[in-house]
Design a protein around this ligand. Structure first.
Ligand code: GTP
Ligand code: MG
Length: 337
């Protein structure tokens, strides 16, 4: 009995520990705005404007209406936020091309799947795999984690992986099987995989910051969030909570993209398809998160079950590749053609 209580305390301690910094961080961010006192900052935060970028990209009339402040004040706040937040400078085509040159591609262990993606999972991008329960999203995540640790000659990145596990589905045993499938020692692979269990959406977002700390210590070239949306879905129920959920998700995705750019890292997120159209309106095979997620992820793959261990991956959205499909299998060794 006392042991169980200790465990619960431990979990609460972790959650509380992670709760504190966000508040402070939020205060840091908004307190940088000249002329914004604590009361206005609080109003902004209450209405979902928790970071400078969210303020920078809104309009004065919207901010004024949502936070009940004068439009002139709103315009001033937005203008300061734009200066402080890195809204993004224009790059010439040559500069974009230079940046693209540093993009690296990670093998999925299926030639057909790699081809579908134009050579593998890219760095500096978010790749989203969505599909129903049991479609193999977590299996693909495990395979990519193993592959990231492989030498470059074997299609890997020869570097570390961070996994943000929200559903407690990370299995070292499965990593071991897949490592053996690649002819490498499981213990060697395991040393380069860092797993953080996220207890709620708030904690999940905080773990991205923690991943940044790790990335300064080791070369991290793959960040996995499996599942991206499960906590958000559970915590923000019903239509009324939709706006808040999207705002939070939007912020989270923005942080992930920043991570991908900063560390020239591949980001893989998994997402379930909606099985309750009465709660989440729209097409029941649409992924959770709606259009915000759709525009934010660079590659979207719809995964569905086929006969036996076969899976069909469909590339749904990509900046420069055609919509197409690939057939892959999930076997003991991992993902294969
Ligand atoms: P949710 O997270 O529930 O939405 O599902 P998911 O898409 O993440 O599914 P997951 O990746 O967990 O896939 C589960 C399926 O992978 C199982 O139904 C099996 O078909 C397959 N699978 C999992 N482990 C093994 C294994 O060790 N060997 C083989 N051959 N197949 C496996
Ligand atoms: Mg899963």
């Amino acid at each position: 009995m006392p042991k169980r209580n200790k465990n619960i305390e431990k979990v609460e301690e972790i959650i509380n520990d992670s709760a504190a910094p966000e508040d402070e961080e939020g205060a840091d961010d908004l307190s940088l705005l000249p002329g914004v006192g604590p009361a206005t900052a609080e109003k902004l935060r209450e209405n979902g404007f928790t970071d400078l970028m969210a303020i920078a990209v809104t309009s004065p009339s919207n901010l004024s209406e949502m936070c009940s402040i004068g439009e002139g004040t709103a315009a001033k706040i937005i203008s300061s936020a734009r200066k402080l937040a890195d809204v993004g400078n224009f790059l010439t085509g040559v500069e974009v091309m230079e940046r693209r040159k540093s993009v690296e591609k990670l093998t999925t262990s299926s030639t057909a799947f790699d081809e579908l993606l134009g050579g593998g999972v890219e760095t500096q991008a978010i790749t989203e795999v969505y599909g129903e329960f049991g479609s193999g999203k977590t299996q693909i995540a495990h395979q990519l984690a193993v592959n990231c640790t492989l030498k470059k000659g074997k299609g890997g990145f020869n570097s570390h992986v961070v996994i943000i596990d929200t559903e407690n589905t990370f299995r070292p045993e499965r990593i071991a099987q897949m490592a053996e499938g690649q002819g490498v020692k499981p213990t060697v692979v395991m040393k380069s995989i860092h797993v953080g269990r996220a207890y709620n959406s708030h904690h999940q977002m905080l773990l991205v910051d923690k991943a940044g700390e790790l990335a300064r210590e080791f070369p991290v070239k793959l960040l996995i969030v499996d599942s991206l949306t499960a906590h958000f879905r559970a915590e923000y129920m019903g239509r009324g909570a939709l706006a808040g959920r999207q705002q939070k998700l939007n912020k989270h995705i923005h942080e992930l993209q920043k991570f991908a750019d900063k560390f020239n890292c591949a980001v893989l997120v998994t997402n379930q398809v909606m099985s309750r159209p009465d709660v989440f309106f729209g097409d029941p095979t649409k992924p959770i998160g709606g259009h915000i997620l759709g525009h934010a992820s660079t590659f979207r793959i719809y995964l569905r079950k086929s006969k036996g261990d076969r899976r069909i991956a469909r590339l749904v959205d990509s900046p420069c590749l055609p919509e197409a499909e690939a057939v892959l299998t999930i076997v003991t060794d991992g993902v294969r053609d």
